[in-house]
Design a protein around this ligand. Structure first.
Ligand code: FES
Ligand SMILES: [Fe+2]
Length: 449
């Protein structure tokens, strides 16, 4: 076992009362949520230059599997090559520019349906249909080697395919920096979408979505039923480049007593299904500390929380998930990752909920498309059977989310209506919303660069 784990830094990250607020600007302009001019600047300076999540590797598992990724009016094709590597190309034929792909599919080669030029999975121009009349293709197309599909940087991290529309982008690892070390330990690449995988339009700017998942402050107003499960005074905050992480301990801060804590643990699978498999072992451990009257007597330092962590570590390890890179806290506690600009995941050992939003392709800054997914770890042989395919909701339809997500969905549209009011110039953030200050400073630094 390693002696130091990346997660230890988050275990010791500052609590809100220990944070230095001096570097954060707690007023944020509202123009960024609705102005077309700002939206256009964001398109040019942020989205056309930043690493962004474009899909999942398991969605194109076989050589020749491909899918389209769109951002604003730009379209790219992600394709798995013969050696398993994933590449990205501009979705435009080198002949006369036809967008040759739409949606997803499988092909041994790409053939542009306009005049049937065809390209290999590596983007090389393979053949030109109906060559010139003397039978030589060479003069006809000029230098064939130079007419391959235009490549864009694509890299995979944690099973997520990241794409950067900027051909001169620095490597993804450099952009993600330390945040990738923390998140890497969870083995997201071994998880699959399970139970929830939905894309739907929301009538709000894409940043309203990203904001909503970077603070627990709205719980009292929007999710009153969750209040008992949260203790913001115990949240810890880490800032890493443009990215940030918060962590909220499970069951540590509530002094409601052992019985309540144990009951809370028994109820966890209702929200976090993957915990269920560890509960029999947890009960076993618990039994060792029960006396004849049915009361619990724990030795110094032992808590139900610790027993759950031990049960999770053993159960996951037996199933085949390598949790040796995770600290005890990471087994139970939710950690909230924001990888700038639009990758959010709340995660603990074995499962996570991913939320992302992109500007709506119609160009209206007041709309976006969000993508919500529950990911869960399964042994290799069970992944395909447990995978939930993407559901894309039509514009006039609505997906029935679980309660908290439904509440968020509605709330975000209300917020956008207010943010559009011309006389409101700024938002005033509270200390618990410090991650928003960090996020918007990053938005500013990209859009002003
Ligand atoms: S535009 Fe693709 S073959 Fe002509
Ligand atoms: Fe929420």
């Amino acid at each position: 076992m390693q002696t130091t784990l990346p997660g230890e830094r988050m275990d010791n990250a500052p609590l809100i009362k220990e944070l230095d607020f001096a570097p954060f600007r707690m007023r944020v302009s509202t123009e960024r949520y609705h102005s077309r001019e700002f939206h256009e600047r964001e398109r040019e300076k942020l989205w056309m230059r930043v690493w962004q999540v474009a899909g999942r590797a398991e969605d194109i598992p076989e050589a020749g599997d491909w899918m389209e990724y769109r951002i604003f009016d730009q379209s790219f094709v992600l394709v798995r090559g013969r050696a398993g590597e994933i590449r990205g190309f501009v979705n435009a034929c080198r002949h006369r520019g036809n967008a040759f792909c739409e949606g997803k599919g499988h092909a041994a080669r790409f053939t542009c349906p306009y005049h049937n030029w065809s390209y290999g999975l590596d983007g090389q121009l393979l053949a030109v249909a109906k060559p010139d009349f003397d039978g030589t293709t060479e003069e006809f197309v000029g230098d064939k080697d130079k007419l391959g599909l235009i490549r864009v940087p694509v890299e995979v991290f944690g099973g997520f395919i990241f794409l950067n529309p900027d051909r001169h982008a620095t490597p993804l690892s450099e952009f993600l920096g330390e945040a990738a070390e923390f998140l890497g330990a969870y083995k997201c690449e071994e998880m699959v979408a399970h139970g929830l995988n939905v894309k739907e339009t929301i009538e709000c700017n894409w940043k309203v979505v990203m904001d909503a998942f970077q603070e627990g402050y709205h719980v009292q107003g929007v999710h009153p039923e969750l209040v008992a499960a949260m203790d913001e005074s115990m949240e810890r905050y880490g800032f890493f480049g443009d990215h940030s992480i918060a962590t909220a301990p499970f069951g540590a801060a509530h002094d409601a007593g052992v019985a309540v804590e144990i009951e809370g643990i028994r109820n966890l699978p209702a929200t976090f299904p993957a915990v269920a498999d560890a509960l029999p072992r947890f009960e076993e451990f618990l039994g060792e500390h029960r006396n004849g009257e049915g009361d619990y007597a724990f030795p110094e330092g032992t808590t139900p929380r610790l027993l759950l962590q031990q049960a999770l570590r053993e159960t996951w390890t037996e199933k085949g998930l390598d949790v040796s890179g995770l600290t005890q806290n990471q087994l139970t506690d939710n950690q909230f990752y924001l990888l700038f600009p639009n990758f959010f995941i709340t995660i603990h050992a074995g499962e996570g909920t991913f939320i992302s939003s992109v500007p709506h392709p119609d160009g209206d800054p007041n709309r976006c498309i969000w993508h919500v997914v529950n990911y869960q770890w399964f042994p290799p042989g069970e992944r395909a059977a447990n995978k939930t395919e993407l559901v894309e909701i039509a514009e006039d339809d609505h997906f029935p989310y679980f309660l908290a997500l439904e509440q968020d969905y509605e709330q975000m549209e209300h917020q956008q209506r207010g943010l559009r009011q011309g006389m409101l110039q700024e938002m005033a953030l509270t200390r618990q919303e410090v991650r928003l200050a960090h996020f918007h400073a990053a938005v500013d630094s990209w859009t002003e660069a």
